[in-house]
Design a binder for this molecule. Structure first.
Ligand SMILES: Nc1ncnc2c1ncn2[C@@H]1O[C@H](COP(=O)(O)OP(=O)(O)OP(=O)(O)O)[C@@H](O)[C@H]1O
Ligand SMILES: [Mg+2]
Length: 312
């Protein structure tokens, strides 16, 4: 079982409009509402890969109920901490080939909420073999909150994959107990190191040799259509992918995390772990739904991913 954590899930609403009229009435006919948040994208893709997954995190109110309903409809097992505040809506207005987003920040958690979730998480860990933690922290929790979750996993010998950004990620990396894997994109990597990292092999290899990354088993830098650059233990890999027809790339990083988790769960060899993570990312870009893949197309794309080991 893979445990997928989302601390600030949302109801994602998309409003497709032929034209977006500012300061006027816009009527929408085709509204799409889905259970959103990066960890829920991860959970959905793992489920689509036919692996057991349990979605957890914190939610509340009628929107929280809606999220649970949606997860149950798609047969994603879930066990969230419920709080007495309303979960958030995130709205994407799709117009003229552009996407305008309006994102609520969501509930402000109390210290008690934070502690109650840690307790729930510790209980859930007993039946779990891998954990993924995705997305930003809700207001109210200190930026080092994820450290505790990583540490609890490590204490029980459970690999924890962390996909977050900014201070929450930095705090996890400077902690004594390291995550098992991280998957920043190039922007998140640059932000972390406080300098622009170029997408070339030399510059990526140098960046990942920073002592901040010491002790992390897998560092996967995803590069969108350019694939990924990966450090596994002392080895570096350049992963390239074929050109594909992209429908919606949002959530591809989450699908990559899902593939990584599933591949690790399956104890695949290094090369196949890399190929699996890239393939699920690509499959996500080919679907309209965010954080969603058609697993039937897996093998065809998997064969097209190329791995080059870099001599260090
Ligand atoms: N345009 C694209 N064409 C082909 N594959 C893509 C494209 N965009 C993403 N992918 C696949 O998905 C993986 C992850 O994408 P990306 O690097 O954009 O993640 P991300 O920035 O974390 O995305 P998000 O946070 O929105 O989920 C890539 O490594 C690649 O395998
Ligand atoms: Mg991402």
């Amino acid at each position: 079982m893979i445990l997928a954590v989302t601390m600030n899930p949302s109801v994602d609403i998309s409003y497709p409009l032929a034209e977006f009229k500012l300061d006027d009435v816009n009527r929408v006919e085709q509204v799409r509402k889905t259970a959103g948040g990066k960890g829920l994208n991860v959970a959905r893709v793992i489920r689509q890969m036919d692996e057991d997954v349990l979605a957890t995190g914190v939610l509340g109110g009628t929107l929280g109920d809606y999220i649970i309903q949606e997860l149950s409809k798609t047969e994603i097992a879930n066990d969230f901490l419920k709080i007495n505040q309303e979960s958030r809506n995130c709205i994407a207005i799709l117009h003229d080939g552009q996407q305008t987003e309006i994102l609520e920040s969501g509930p402000t958690l109390t210290e008690e909420n934070g502690a109650a979730f840690v307790k729930k998480y510790q209980e859930l860990l007993s039946g779990v073999s891998i954990v993924t933690i995705s997305g930003s922290l809700p207001k109210g929790l200190e930026p080092g909150y994820y450290r505790q979750l990583v540490e609890n996993g490590r204490e029980q010998g459970i690999p924890v994959i962390v996909d977050t950004s900014g201070e929450a990620l930095r705090q996890v990396l400077v902690h004594r107990v390291k995550p098992f894997a991280i998957k920043p994109n190039l922007t998140e990597l640059s932000q972390l190191l406080g300098q622009e990292v170029e997408p070339g092999i030399d510059s990526l290899q140098q960046a990942l040799s920073d002592e901040l990354f010491q002790g992390i088993e897998w560092i996967m830098i995803s590069l969108g259509s350019e694939g990924a650059f990966v450090k596994h233990r002392a080895d570096f890999y350049r992963v390239t992918i074929p050109a594909i027809e992209v429908v919606n790339p949002v959530g591809s990083g989450d699908a990559t995390v899902a593939g990584l988790a599933a591949a690790l769960k399956r104890n695949l060899p290094v090369v196949d772990v890399l190929k699996t993570a890239m393939t699920t990312g690509m499959l996500n870009t080919m679907e309209a739904g965010t954080g969603s893949i058609n697993y039937a197309n897996f093998s065809r794309l998997f064969e097209m991913v190329q791995i080059t080991k870099i001599n260090s």
